[in-house]
Design a protein around this ligand. Structure first.
Ligand SMILES: *Cc1c(COP(=O)(O)O)cnc(C)c1O
Length: 237
């Protein structure tokens, strides 16, 4: 991809975010995480030069390798993929936010590693809203107890919720999922007397709908960096 094309894509996404914000009468900030999974570091470097500083990766080792190849202190890495417990160690101290925590075992591993590193790790809990899909995420019925566990961990900073609906060709079909996540957040805030300010929801084909429904973080890959290769081996990652 040429820098001109990347620039055009980024400017388009930034402007679509602004328009969706205006449409929904929002004045707060929306964070764009540019999802760079499977894409070369040269593209990340280019995006950085264009003023994009937040990047999302799905594979812990890929994130670790890329962060070593581009040790630019302006980059803010986000981990958004399925996380295995034995990969947590690659992320502590490297990423600004783990979006995809969905089990007590993961919470405990993050607490342990963050404690050793003497940092407080910001996380989101990933919620699974479509039972029929073999998706990651904590089920709605177990969400509250996972929130309560997270709140008890001194080295974990729970900042909100994340979700990833099934793929729909029509972005309007994703809307009920985003409404649902916002309502779950509001309910937890009310019941537990806490603040969960961040809602990470919305991808290339539906981020405007997500913003209309309250997303504070959108995770956009294809619309910025182009299509990804389909056949990636993720084993051992
Ligand atoms: C790949 C991925 C994205 C970005 O998807 P696009 O459709 O390319 O924008 C967002 N969130 C998660 C969790 C992903 O795995």
């Amino acid at each position: 991809m040429e820098k001109e094309e990347l620039k055009r894509n980024l400017e388009q996404v930034w402007s679509r975010i602004e328009k969706a914000k205006e449409r929904s009468g929002r004045k707060d900030n929306i964070l764009l995480v540019a999802v760079s999974k499977t894409k070369p570091v040269e593209l990340i470097q280019m995006a950085l030069e264009l003023g994009q500083f937040d990047f999302g990766e799905n594979y812990a080792q890929e994130l670790r390798d890329k962060s070593r190849q581009i040790p630019d202190p302006r980059i803010r890495w986000h981990f958004i993929g399925t996380l295995q417990r034995n990969k947590v160690k690659y992320l502590i101290g490297k990423v600004v936010l783990i979006h995809s925590v969905d089990s007590l075992a993961l919470l405990e591993e993050i607490e342990k590693r963050a404690g050793k590193a003497e940092v407080k790790m910001p996380i989101l809990l990933e919620v699974k809203l479509s039972p029929e899909e073999s998706k990651a995420g904590v089920g709605v019925e177990r969400l509250r107890s996972l929130v309560e566990s997270a709140l008890q961990k001194p080295h974990i900073k729970l900042q909100g919720l994340m979700t990833m609906p099934p793929y729909f060709p029509d972005p309007q079909q994703a809307r009920p999922y985003y409404v649902h996540l916002r309502e779950l957040r509001d309910k937890l805030e009310g019941e537990l007397g806490i603040k969960l300010p961040q809602l990470s929801m919305g991808m290339s084909n539906d981020f405007e709908v997500a913003i209309e429904e309250g997303a504070t973080i959108v995770r956009v890959g294809t619309a910025i960096f182009g299509e990804r290769e389909q056949c990636r081996v993720s084993a051992g990652n």
